[in-house]
Design a protein around this ligand. Structure first.
Ligand code: PMV
Length: 335
């Protein structure tokens, strides 16, 4: 067998309605559905080469070897692909991000989306978007939302077959901007995988999950109606609910830094003064500040002036994961 390789590109995504807690941790079947926006301009590019001459899988991230646990997660996804394609060759995986790792930007989402697409393509599998999303989910839950383009909903489902993400609006449907205010470049002390396990230890998780269908409906409507006020309300509520669960887990997870809280307060005061803007925070201290494109430049300028903000990255809605130098699809593989 010759070396066969493929390169794929995927964007990270920011969740408007968050995934926090699993029904089935081994397959990342989430306790609730979620909605996100892909982030244009922020990119993970991954090349997978199945090479019969190597004796184990290899993974390089930004030119360096990774921790054993990260290689293990990559290896598990490659095993699924090998099983689907009935092949046995090991692979060399090389991945590059153009954004800081562990910055509260879901690098694992873009990473596993690009890995799923590149590995399945190199293995000769032609998976449709739903099956690619299912495959990406097994690497990292939120990665299933980086397969389709634009504004994406992950239907929680109950098992491996019916838990996947699809686009609810294309990237050009609504020109929102995510201004990511970095307040720290340090890796997060507790990974989101550990956090998902702890979610059920919070007495608030039951209430968060019970109300999730309502928040999903409001968020979906806000996007489809391009209603920023409605979006702002539900996005901040959902972020605050997730962090309330985190803070009240055993052991507690407090991801915010003083600068995170200062940004949240500033964003709320700008909104009270008439600027359409809201915040959301993932499992880290950095703050994602959302607004319509018309006000994005002035919002980014104001963010840069706040004490503790190291850098502001901005992103419009991004497209789906794609194969670089796309080849026409010949058919589809079921799994
Ligand atoms: O996909 P994971 O295991 O990295 O979890 C993502 C968790 C959050 O980013 C906090 C929320 C989300 O829905 O993206």
């Amino acid at each position: 067998m010759p070396i066969i390789s493929a390169t794929a590109i995927a964007h990270p995504n920011i969740a408007f309605i968050k995934y926090w807690g699993d029904l089935d941790p081994s397959l990342h079947i989430p306790a609730n559905g979620s909605i996100s926006m892909n982030l244009e301009g922020l990119i993970t590019r991954t090349t997978v080469s199945f090479d019969p001459s190597i004796s184990q899988d290899q993974f390089m991230l930004n030119g360096a070897s990774t921790k054993v646990e990260e290689l293990e997660r990559v290896r598990k996804l490659l095993d699924r692909v090998r099983q689907l394609a009935t092949m046995s060759a090991y692979a060399r995986v090389e991945s590059q991000n153009n954004f800081p790792l562990a910055a509260g930007i879901a690098s694992s989402a873009a990473g596993f989306a690009a890995l799923s697409l590149a590995a399945s393509h190199a293995a000769g599998l032609i998976l449709n978007e739903k099956d690619l999303s299912r495959l990406a989910r097994t690497g990292s839950g939120s990665a299933c939302r980086s397969i389709p383009g634009g504004f994406v909903e992950w239907s929680a489902g109950h098992d491996d077959k019916d838990s996947y993400a699809y686009s609810i609006a294309s990237p050009d449907y609504w020109d929102l901007v995510d201004s990511i205010a970095l307040v720290s470049r340090e890796g997060k002390p507790t990974s989101s995988s550990t956090g998902h396990y702890l979610a059920d230890t919070s007495p608030l998780q039951v209430a968060r999950i019970a109300d999730a269908p309502h928040r999903l409906e409001l968020c979906r409507e806000a996007i489809l109606e391009r209603d920023f006020e409605k979006l702002a309300w539900v996005v901040e509520l959902d972020s605050n609910l997730m962090h309330a669960v985190m803070i009240t887990s055993t052991p507690p997870l407090l991801y915010w830094q003083p600068a995170s809280v200062a940004i949240m307060r500033a964003v709320q005061s700008w909104r009270r003064n008439g600027t359409p803007v809201c915040y959301t925070i993932d499992a880290g201290p950095n703050v994602h500040v959302l607004c319509p494109a018309e006000v994005a430049e002035s919002v980014a300028i104001q963010l840069r002036q706040l004490t503790g903000v190291i850098q502001v990255l901005t992103a419009h809605p991004g497209g789906p994961a794609i194969i670089e130098n796309n080849h026409p699809n010949k058919g589809e593989t079921d799994f």
